[in-house]
Design a binder for this molecule. Sequence first.
Ligand code: APR
Ligand code: PHB
Length: 400
Amino acid sequence: MCILCRMGAHSMKTQVAIIGGGPSGLLLSQLLHVRGIDSVVLERKTKDYVLGRIRAGVLERGMLDLMREAGVADRMEKEGHAHDGTLISYGDEMFRVDFTEHTGHAVMVYGQTEVTRDLYEAREAAGGAIEFNVEDVVINDADSDAPFVSYTVVGQARRIDCDFVAGCDGFHGVSRNTIPDDVRREYEKVYPFGWLGILSETPPVNPELIYANSDRGFALCSMRNENLSRYYIQCSLSDSPNDWSDTAFWNELKRRIPTDQADKLVTGPSIEKSIAPLRSFVTEPMRWGRLFLCGDAAHIVPPTGAKGLNTAASDVHYLYNGLRDFYENNSTAGIDSYSQKALARVWKAERFSWWFSSLLHRYPDQTTFDHRIQVAELEFLRASKAAQKAMAENYVGLPY
Ligand code: APR
Ligand code: PHB
């Protein structure tokens, strides 16, 4: 029975109505809760559906701090793995970039699914208002001082009156398109390939991630824990997961990573196999009246730098602090600078993700000259501490 049914009402009032029960919506709701600011989360799917989506798993330092501030870091601290560096290979050459040496910071390898699970548990433990299976969500009067969200649940009309609306409903949500076309500007780059990813209950080939550039295309060796590995290979956008048997996947992966790594690769049946397209996308502004966009609702990055969740988190950081400023100091300074602050960091994450993708993938129209430039860039990164420092600063997460 939905929260409003339990209350025998069809409308309610809250301070912040949050559209989307993915990581950005839940993290915002939990942080606001910690500061005594009320919110309601509306999610189109079920909790199990949201938790069933396999996503990346590298957390920046800023995300770790937000999880701690939200009081949901315990399991991450226990089960996550701090990584001080990563490996980059091209052909049989391989070198390491030491994050801690260059930045004093590490990243945390902890699956986005686990982050989302921890946030759901925290919201439920706090009696947080989350409405699942909502439909027909419409954000009304966002350009007024009294916005409201209308929606239906099993055909029943509902309404939430609120001070603010946070659009955390991902790329395919309704929030972004609530901002009028003549206000919204969109920037997009679609990459001519995808990532075929598998999850396998096998020990990772290397304790650290391997980002591989090879004549046959990109590959990535990642993990979730000591016996759960995540591997990706660059594939054609016309491929489907069924085109790739596990054997074909493993054989192709072995051809793309250094021989000594391929020789110790433990293979096994895949428990998940999917293809993700690669896209860079940004919409501006990220605020319209009382509506604020966060995460995938406003921007998409190719997964090459694992910046998707982390950039959603920086949006949440700026919005959460802006709303605190409003409710605790009666100041609009934070919310008035939200879009500018969030976009400034979003574009840096877009640049890094585009640069890392350009460095490591094979493009169909790549010339021999282009390829030599890629190798020269890899050789420079390998030899230059300054170049490694720049990469490390971006990888561990630029300051908020
Ligand atoms: N009404 C309610 N909920 C909706 C609607 C809608 N109209 N449209 C979408 N949603 C829900 C989706 O079902 C999803 O659970 O909004 C949620 C958005 O979650 P995400 O797509 O995970 O986006 P976000 O929370 O911003 O997280 C960004 O997710 O895709 C990864 O790489 C991305 O890691 C990044 C992270
Ligand atoms: C993952 O573990 O799924 C992962 C890690 C790093 C990336 C992308 C995905 O850059």
